[in-house]
Ligand binder design. Structure first.
Ligand SMILES: [Zn+2]
Length: 447
């Protein structure tokens, strides 16, 4: 009955076209298929290390094959399979890339109440490593992509589905490898990846907020080293590197982080109001430092009566866009207040680039969200962690991190934890919103 009505109405308005004759999608049915695929996907252990994702790519390739969608497969190294599938457009505009990673962080099964690779459905959720980060999102990409094919949506640009390994250890054999070796095969205008989401409790309790990530923080990993003079624990002296390091760290961590002046955060506050005080909102509004290790002592286990000659600490610094590496290192050195402590950069990510929200895809995502959730506030945001999308921003790609589902803070907090889950009812609206935003951004005006 709905089908007849729609065709009749379209004919009456004189707007017959290929899209008008399509059966409307039954999103619940599509989400049911997606749920089955997600369970199977979680059951394939893609823990990284070792990061073998071949069987996961077999699974995704099997789904595409059944839909009659062509794909290519690449191997950046043994077990590091990459899948790329394409819905061909007229080529009038550059592609949209749906990008997700197939690898997951390892799970310590003894800490889990459920099998981390069981894909169990219970209490309205799918449980397992990768449910949120990010097999659930990848499956939502896949079924939105499939829906475009099933609906025969005419496209002005290619829509590309890509599944890459190795994100959890930096992406060298995944997204980075594809960019360096096969960029000519996809060269997107837009990327959709992980990052933002909808929440009723995390950003501002009582408000439904959807954050679309437009930028990330710069990762700077530092190693601090204090040197001193070894000696007998019975006779303390003023050249103990432990004392020196601990005092300097106390100075470093005591000062609050400076307020940010990032435009995205200003926009976010204008739209949402004050953000709830929690660790996530703190991390998106400030540059942060986590003291992640302290190493010292002589012998294993360290001798209690020996003053060592060296003490080290590692700092995981996440720096907001707008602060350079040099500025940050100067801030750390000043706060440590001890020029004798050596600071070494052991890893840094690329300088963050902010993607504009003034784009067709951003507006399409915003419109699709508000159609489904009229009470929603949609805002650009920064994510506190790194994703594959960041490496494409310096190449001029407009990259958005977004999973358009309303998620409880507990689900978001479960990423990398020992009870990772995604609510089952997140899938249908997410797939539908992805589909609508893709159709609005990629479809050719057929009349
Ligand atoms: Zn991830």
């Amino acid at each position: 009955m709905p089908r007849i009505t729609i065709v009749f109405a379209a004919a009456a308005l004189g707007i017959a076209g290929p899209a008008a004759a399509q059966e409307p999608m039954n999103w619940q049915a599509v989400a049911g298929e997606a749920l089955g695929t997600l369970q199977a996907y979680i059951r394939i252990d893609t823990s990284n290390p070792p990061g073998n994702v071949g069987p996961a790519v077999d699974l995704l390739a099997g789904v595409l094959k059944r839909e009659g969608i062509a794909f290519e497969r690449f191997e950046s190294a043994p077990g590091r399979s990459i899948l790329m599938a394409r819905l061909k457009g007229s080529g009038k505009a550059k592609p949209i890339l749906l990008l997700h990673h197939t690898d997951v962080v390892p799970a310590d099964a003894s800490r889990w109440k459920r099998d981390p690779f069981g894909g169990e459905v219970a209490d309205g959720a799918v449980w397992g490593r990768g449910a949120m980060d990010m097999k659930g999102i990848g499956v939502a990409h896949l079924y939105a992509f499939i829906a475009l094919k099933r609906q025969n949506v005419p496209l002005d640009r290619d829509v590309i589905f890509m599944a890459v390994p190795d994100e959890e250890i930096g992406g060298e054999l995944g997204a980075v490898w594809m960019r360096e070796n096969h960029y000519d095969k996809f060269e997107p205008e837009y990327i959709l990846d992980e990052g933002g989401f909808g929440s009723r409790d995390l950003f501002s309790p009582g408000k439904l907020v959807f954050g679309i990530s437009v930028a990330e923080k710069k990762i700077l990993w530092l190693e601090l080293m204090a040197e001193g003079i070894a000696g007998h624990g019975s006779q303390p002296h003023d050249q103990n590197p432990n004392d020196r390091l601990v005092r300097a760290l106390a100075r470093l961590l005591a000062e609050p982080m400076p307020p940010s002046n990032v435009e995205v955060l200003e926009t976010m506050k204008e739209r949402v109001g004050e953000l709830a005080p929690n660790k996530f909102n703190n991390a998106i509004q400030h540059s942060t430092i986590s003291l992640t290790s302290l190493r010292s002592g002589v012998g294993e286990p360290p001798k209690v009566n020996v003053i060592p000659s060296i003490a080290t600490a590692t700092l995981d610094c996440r720096v907001l866009p707008g602060t350079t590496k040099e500025e940050w290192l100067a801030l750390v050195a000043r706060r440590l207040g001890d020029p004798e402590i050596r600071i070494e950069v052991t890893y840094e990510s690329e300088d963050p680039v902010v993607t504009t929200q003034d784009s067709t895809l951003y507006r399409a995502l915003e419109a699709a969200v508000t159609r489904k959730h009229p009470d929603a506030i949609v805002t650009p945001m920064i994510v506190p962690f790194g994703t594959d999308a960041n490496g494409f921003r310096p190449h001029g790609v407009k990259s958005y991190g977004f999973f358009p589902a309303v998620l409880p803070a507990t689900a978001l907090g479960s990423m990398h934890g020992d009870a990772e889950f995604i609510p089952v009812d997140a899938l249908a609206p997410a797939i539908e919103i992805f589909f609508e935003a893709l159709r609005a951004t990629a479809s050719a005006p057929s009349r």
